[in-house]
Design a protein around this ligand. Structure first.
Ligand SMILES: [Zn+2]
Length: 362
């Protein structure tokens, strides 16, 4: 199969072609210079690395009803908020089914990996692993120990099972807990992430000391806060639709201007389906609506490039022969390719499967 049009990847956007052999990238080059002519399937489109969903809580999909009114704290606060009551009332099997449904939905969307924050301690992580088994998606799970003060044995057990720890908001965890978690993650070679400045601004020392690997939200962060985050070299997962549901907007324009490393996530599966394409479209349009426009290139990088880099798998974000994982072929016009990818991609535009074998002559 030969795809002529454009490529959007770690090297940015450019006109070009990609030739596939048995579904793998065999050749990449400038448009119009492909070495094979006249044979095999040809189409016009855009080739991109598989996107990554930078922040999910897939088990929350046990309920997909319209959320009740009220502040976000009342909905997702631990342990008595709506979300935690739902999780507590749902069987392990129901939560596993919700996680699996979310992962399948992302696979249909061409998503290559997800970073899921899983509550409910060691059991929560184990249920997630069980649900994700055998599915063609890299499902990274960040667990949350239950006991406070932190119980080192529980923390070690969660870290053995998970890819890292994902804590609730900075305000809800004292210095001692954050320090213990950060230290244990470093020692175990795992990642430490936490939610910060979602509903109210939190001072940066609450979430940058000790330094995390990932911050989620920062919807209420000031410019000075964002500068401190950038200078600390900490990446941020932003969830525009989730924030909008509660009347907030992440400062994407400032993040772009200051040069922060940003990932895009779909957050709680009870509120929104885990569609990275919907997230991209929404983030782009809303930034225009509020007259703080963010570039399509910045958003494309947040879904296609930054998360792979964050995961230590930068080769997944570069469309090149021999790359691990398969890039996506999108049936989109190649003009302004980042804009096309961010504003127009849907599941239906993903070209599936291998090229059909040539029919034998009759
Ligand atoms: Zn979250």
């Amino acid at each position: 199969m030969l795809v002529e049009g454009a490529i959007v990847d770690a090297d940015g956007a450019r006109p070009g072609y990609v030739r596939f052999r048995r579904g793998e990238v065999a050749e990449v080059g400038a448009r119009g210079t492909a070495s094979v002519h006249g044979r095999g399937r040809r189409l016009r489109g855009i080739v991109v690395p598989a996107p990554v969903n930078g922040h999910t809580h897939l088990a929350d999909g046990v309920s997909v009803r319209e959320p009740p009114p009220g502040p976000v704290a009342a909905l997702v606060a631990s342990p008595s908020g709506y979300k935690f009551r739902l999780l507590a009332e749902s069987s392990a099997a129901r939560k596993a089914a919700a996680i699996r449904a979310g992962l399948r939905e992302m696979i249909r969307d061409g998503v290559g990996a997800t970073l899921d924050f899983r509550e409910e301690g060691l059991a929560g992580v184990q249920h997630f692993r069980e649900a994700a088994r055998g599915l063609p998606i890299r499902a990274f799970v960040f667990g949350r120990p239950l006991r406070r003060p932190i119980d080192p044995a529980e923390l070690r057990a969660v870290l053995r099972a998970a890819d890292g720890i994902g804590l609730s908001s900075a305000r809800e965890e004292d210095d001692q807990s954050r320090r213990a978690v950060a230290r244990a993650c470093r020692a175990a070679g795992r990642r430490y992430g936490l939610h910060a400045s979602e509903a109210v601004r939190e001072p940066t020392d609450r979430y940058l000391d000790p330094r995390p690997d990932l911050l989620v939200h920062l919807a209420k962060a000031s410019r000075a806060d964002l500068l401190a985050v950038r200078d600390a070299g900490v990446s941020v997962a932003v969830c525009a639709r989730s924030n909008a549901l509660f009347g907030r907007q992440p400062p994407l324009e400032t993040m772009e201007r200051l040069g922060l490393r940003v990932l895009l996530g779909t957050d709680n599966a009870m509120f929104h389906p885990p569609s990275i394409w919907a997230e991209l479209q929404f983030a782009y349009d809303v930034s225009r609506l509020v007259r703080r426009p963010v570039s399509a290139g910045f958003l494309a990088r947040a879904a296609l490039v930054e998360p792979w880099r964050w995961l230590g798998l930068p080769e997944r974000a570069a469309v090149a022969p021999g790359m691990p994982g398969r890039p996506l072929v999108l049936r989109l016009p190649p003009e302004d390719p980042e804009y096309q990818v961010v504003t127009r991609t849907t599941e239906q535009l993903i070209v599936r499967g291998r090229p059909r074998p040539a029919r034998p002559p009759r």
